[in-house]
Design a protein around this ligand. Structure first.
Ligand code: FCB
Length: 461
């Protein structure tokens, strides 16, 4: 039987735009995701986050669900345009997060606050968005505000969620907000996200409890080549996807090969002296989101190029300067996202991080699966595929721990079915079901299963 370490942190995760709703209430300003979802044709079924799970109004109910699950931590994100629309503090928005944090603490649940889970205030996008350096400084001002508001109670901070998606899906392929397809701007966004991260850590440290833990969450790609001949394709994708963030944030420098690979797109002159050192702030733990591995091959230039990277084909590719790389379909089984289920990638990724950054602990800040769950006539939701997915991936985490990796915790994505970005409500990741019409919450079998895992610290045989 697989047993986890005594102090292993168990949690679930959500993000503001995906669950809150109340998009124009109590002084909240618009974000790039409001603009994106309100633009016809960009989101499946025309879905929006206007109401989402109505979490803003059902806070107490959702806190009680977390309590019932027995989790030790809850990872949520703060909506920047709710708390600082137009660059000014919005008290009702700040009060909402204070209530959330207090509600968690009363129930013995540690709040893990993510500052940026993709909902940039629209006025900052209008001023240029992440490709504009000023955005990094605005981000630090927002971090300061949140540090002052919650810093006496929140002991775990995550600056950015998956800056890979913000930069490349937002500004290169355009399948996410703000739907721009400008490769050079996407690389400038990469840099300003790295810089913003460093500035935000500095701003938080200056005002929060000194014992607070600082972190960032990356969706690191576990990249494999079809054969040994594909080593350069693996290197190139690893540079763009992983080392573009790990380099500045953990080592204080961009990888030389990344700069060389992308030379035809940009000269990287947006990186100013001292920026890489600013991006490289001491962190307490590295957040890792994992769903599936990536398989690449050197393209022969003749056959139709495979683009099965799992991120939806947009008007352009998110893979800047990787025109000679193919993203190969991988063997099943698959989740409802079309992502292959392969937990070995998670073990390998955690061991690679342990090898490359031996003194940096990791935390799985997201892992989970979308399936088309059905409510049976008896009212039960028998989502055994999700249970199987979670079981496999938790076993993979345990394997990495027994091989020496210092993994501190695990957060299921997601607490509840929610707005899955450009897929709208069509893809459901929750361990708790949210009825699309009534928003009634119902525990799926996976929620009951997870509660038992959390309670025992063990995986059932
Ligand atoms: C991650 C996002 C999260 C959710 C999952 C399925 O990329 O961080 O918000 O959409 O994927």
């Amino acid at each position: 039987m697989t047993t986890f370490p005594e102090n292993f942190l168990w949690g679930t995760a959500t993000a503001a735009y995906q669950v809150e709703g109340a998009w124009n209430e109590d002084g909240r300003g618009p974000s790039i995701w409001d603009t994106f979802s309100h633009t016809p044709g960009l989101v499946t079924n025309g879905d929006t986050g206007d109401v989402a799970c109505d979490h803003y109004h059902r806070l107490e109910e959702d806190l009680d669900i977390l309590s019932g699950l027995g989790v030790g931590a809850y990872r949520f994100s703060i909506s920047w345009p709710r708390v600082r629309p137009g660059g000014r503090p919005n008290q009702p928005g700040l009060d909402f997060y204070s209530r959330l944090v207090d509600g968690l603490l009363t129930r013995g649940i540690a709040p893990v606050a993510t500052l940026y889970h993709w909902d940039l205030p629209q006025e900052l996008e209008d001023a240029g968005g992440w490709p504009n350096r000023d955005t990094a400084h605005h981000f630090a001002e927002y971090a300061d505000l949140m540090g002052r508001t919650l810093g006496d109670r929140v002991r775990a901070w995550i600056t950015l969620n998956e800056p890979w998606c913000s930069a490349y899906l937002g500004y290169a392929s355009g399948v996410h907000a703000p739907a721009r397809t400008e490769p050079a701007a996407a690389l400038a966004a990469v840099h300003h996200l790295n810089l913003g991260h460093g500035l935000a850590v500095q701003a938080l440290r200056a005002v929060v409890d000194p014992a607070a833990q600082m972190s960032v969450t990356l969706n690191l790609h576990h990249v494999r080549g079809v054969s040994e001949r594909d080593a350069d394709a693996v290197r190139r994708v690893d540079a763009l996807a992983n080392r573009a963030f790990l380099g500045p944030m953990l080592e204080g420098a961009y990888p030389r090969d990344l700069i060389a690979d992308t030379a035809a797109v940009t000269d990287w002159s947006f990186v100013r002296d001292g920026d890489e050192a600013t991006a490289c702030q001491p962190l307490d733990v590295l957040g890792v989101n994992y769903y599936n591995p990536t398989l690449v091959r050197q393209w022969d230039g003749a056959s139709e190029r495979a683009t099965a990277d799992g991120h939806q084909d947009g008007a352009a590719s998110p893979w800047i300067a990787c025109d000679d790389v193919e993203f190969m379909p991988q063997p099943g089984p698959y989740t409802e996202m079309g992502w292959n289920i392969d937990e070995t990638g998670l073990t390998e990724l955690l061991l690679r991080l342990h090898r490359d950054y031996p003194s940096m602990p990791t935390m799985i800040t997201e892992n989970g699966a979308a399936f088309a769950d059905a409510v049976d006539p008896d009212g039960r939701i028998r989502d055994e595929q999700r249970v199987d997915y979670l079981h496999r991936h938790l076993s993979a985490v345990a394997e990495a721990i027994s091989a020496g990796a210092d993994v501190r915790g695990y957060f299921v994505w997601s607490l509840m079915d929610n707005f899955e970005w450009a897929h709208g409500y069509a893809k459901r990741f929750g361990i708790v079901r949210v009825d699309p019409d009534t928003r009634e919450r119902t525990w799926k079998d996976s929620a009951h299963w997870y509660r038992d895992v959390v309670a025992t610290g063990k995986l059932p045989a």
